[in-house]
Design a protein around this ligand. Structure first.
Ligand SMILES: Nc1ncnc2c1ncn2[C@@H]1O[C@H](COP(=O)(O)OP(=O)(O)OP(=O)(O)O)[C@@H](O)[C@H]1O
Length: 245
């Protein structure tokens, strides 16, 4: 469903992503983990077609993310970092705007909009300008737009960032509900989300994959058999190796 093959991204002379490869099948929820600046967002932006790779390739449902960007993007829902860039729109009009751009109209437009707003739990805030909403509701507006066209692949950059504990739980449940039919990547710094939501975890640091396996295997690789402990020991070992070099 999604293939990343030796992806590379350079910013000037700095190589932010250094040959990242993985494949993701329908039914998998991948937790994409790593310290600040590890290259998670940069990798996800290349997969979403918003940033051109300097090496390697990526495809979604068999369509190359650069050469066949429109075909790839029609099968993708992408939740970028931060808030939607249209403060004057309401979540409802923002979701409809995205759906119309994807060719939805009439009854199917109405149905898909209503379902997305409901699944993202916008409630009465669906009809308030995005610029006036709290951070959590802005995230939910962006999430509604990402899932509205029922894409086969979802790439969600920190989907629970800024949400209160109840809403975090709601988004985790939504991801679990959608999982059987989709291939999903979520980046997160909330490591408790990994065993709760993900069937697989990748840890990256300095643009390289340090671990790729199940959450259980990740936890088992650490000194105290927790995901937190494993994350700390993997990233610390990588930093020590750099220091020694
Ligand atoms: N447009 C850019 N120009 C220059 N450097 C960039 C740019 N975008 C990202 N970087 C650098 O690339 C590296 C990877 O950044 P990226 O945002 O992918 O990390 P991340 O793993 O998503 O981090 P975080 O967890 O803090 O969101 C960082 O060193 C960052 O400063």
């Amino acid at each position: 469903m999604l293939v990343a093959d030796q992806l590379i991204k350079d910013f000037g002379s700095f190589r932010a992503v250094q040959g990242v490869s993985f494949t993701l099948e329908r039914g998998e929820v991948l937790g994409f983990l790593g310290p600040n600046g590890a290259g998670k967002t940069t990798t996800m932006r290349m997969l979403a077609g918003g940033l051109e790779a300097d090496g390697g390739s990526a495809s979604i449902a068999g369509y190359d993310c650069t050469a066949q960007r429109l075909e790839a993007q029609s099968r993708l829902g992408y939740l970028p970092e931060g808030a939607p860039a249209y403060p004057a729109m309401t979540p409802r009009s923002f979701v409809m705007f995205g759906l119309r751009a994807r060719g939805f109209s009439g009854e199917s437009l109405k149905r898909a909009t209503g379902l997305a707003l409901e699944r993202a739990n916008l409630g009465a805030m669906a009809d308030h300008p995005i610029g006036t909403l709290s951070k959590g509701y802005k995230r939910r507006a962006a999430l509604a737009a990402a899932i509205a066209h029922d894409p086969a692949v979802l790439i969600l950059d920190e989907p629970t960032d800024g949400l209160d504990p109840n809403q975090k739980d709601g988004v985790r449940q939504l991801i679990r509900d959608m999982a059987p039919e989709k291939a999903i990547i979520i980046s997160t710094h909330i490591l408790e989300e990994v065993p709760a939501v993900c069937s697989r975890a990748i840890v990256i640091d300095q643009g390289r994959i340090l671990f790729d396996g199940t959450p259980n295997a990740l936890a088992a690789s650490g000194p105290d058999r927790t995901v937190d402990g494993a994350f700390r020991s993997l990233t610390q070992a990588a930093a020590d190796a750099r220091g020694a070099a």
